[in-house]
Ligand binder design. Structure first.
Ligand SMILES: C[S@@+](CC[C@H](N)C(=O)[O-])C[C@H]1O[C@@H](n2cnc3c(N)ncnc32)[C@H](O)[C@@H]1O
Length: 266
């Protein structure tokens, strides 16, 4: 994807290319950061979903959307990638949970009427789109007054374009060196689920990234008109990181993810 303009078309194309491997790996339980750390923490962060109209923004192949549906949310999932949505829909056909999926951008929710959702959720997707203010404006419109937005992103302060773990001779992590925090140039990252079996045997995902500062996230949410903004910077659970030592650095030193919630005023 070098020399490609990183617009929404490029994002859609990249995630279409990632979709098959991503779906297989997530459903096989190879995304251990999600399963052991970030998603349990996100579930603690969100409001009750029972009987609520809920939209999942950038839902991917729908693993988290299905979880929200099992918690009682009446779910709509949207994603830019047609292939991700095809995987989500075929799972819905196999195991119906009443989820409606749509292909589209969270920057253009014109398919949905004003104030039709109680809750908008998004896990690890808003950092993958180029226009955060546009996304927040469209989410604001489709939320009811009093509706709640909750999203997770890679922590903008600690997952910058240049980071390096500092490790002593015994292999103990001492801290994280962070560089280029102010560099907001979009770039393409290549990675795989590092905890999957035989990671070297599978091609890496291609993920366009749009780095932002913490203030960009918070001020954009506030400028859109949302109120009661709260954040969380979860750590892996103590017992879980004792059982999975590779998680311990994210408990001892810095959070991998940032959660933000905010309310549309009544
Ligand atoms: C890292 S994946 C996360 C998927 C899912 N939320 C999860 O946690 O498994 C990021 C997803 O965001 C989607 N995405 C990126 N930009 C988007 C946009 N502008 N509108 C809707 N989806 C978008 C991608 O297609 C991809 O499926």
């Amino acid at each position: 994807m070098t020399d490609t303009v990183l617009d929404e078309n490029a994002v859609a194309q990249a995630w279409d290319e990632n979709a098959e491997r991503w779906t297989q790996d997530v459903r096989a339980g190879f995304d251990l950061y999600r399963d052991l750390y970030t998603f349990p923490a996100f579930l603690d962060f969100i409001p009750p979903l029972n009987d609520r109209e809920v939209i999942d923004l950038g839902c991917g192949e729908g693993t988290n959307t299905r979880h929200f549906a099992r918690l009682g949310g009446r779910m709509t999932g949207i994603d830019l990638s047609g292939k991700m949505i095809a995987h989500a829909r075929s799972q819905e056909a196999e195991e119906p949970l009443g989820i409606t999926y749509g292909i589209g951008s969270f920057t253009d929710l014109s398919a949905y009427s004003d104030g039709c959702f109680d809750v908008a959720l998004s896990t690890m997707a808003l950092m993958d789109g180029p226009d955060l203010p546009a996304a927040l404006r469209s989410v604001y419109r489709v939320l009811k007054p009093g509706g709640i937005l909750c999203f997770s992103v890679l922590h903008p302060c600690f997952v910058t374009p240049a980071i390096q773990w500092l490790v002593d001779q015994e292999g103990t992590h001492l801290g994280l060196r962070v560089g280029r925090y102010f560099d907001d140039a979009p770039f393409v990252e290549h990675w795989r689920f590092s905890k999957r079996p035989d990671p070297e045997q599978v091609p890496k995902f291609t993920v366009p990234r749009f780095p932002r500062m913490l203030s960009d996230y918070i001020n954009s949410v506030s400028d859109t008109g949302f109120q009661s903004i709260r954040t969380a910077e979860p750590r892996p659970d103590e017992n879980v990181s004792a059982a999975h030592l590779w998680l311990k650095r994210w408990r001892d030193h810095v959070p991998l993810v940032l959660f933000v919630s905010a309310i549309k005023p009544r």
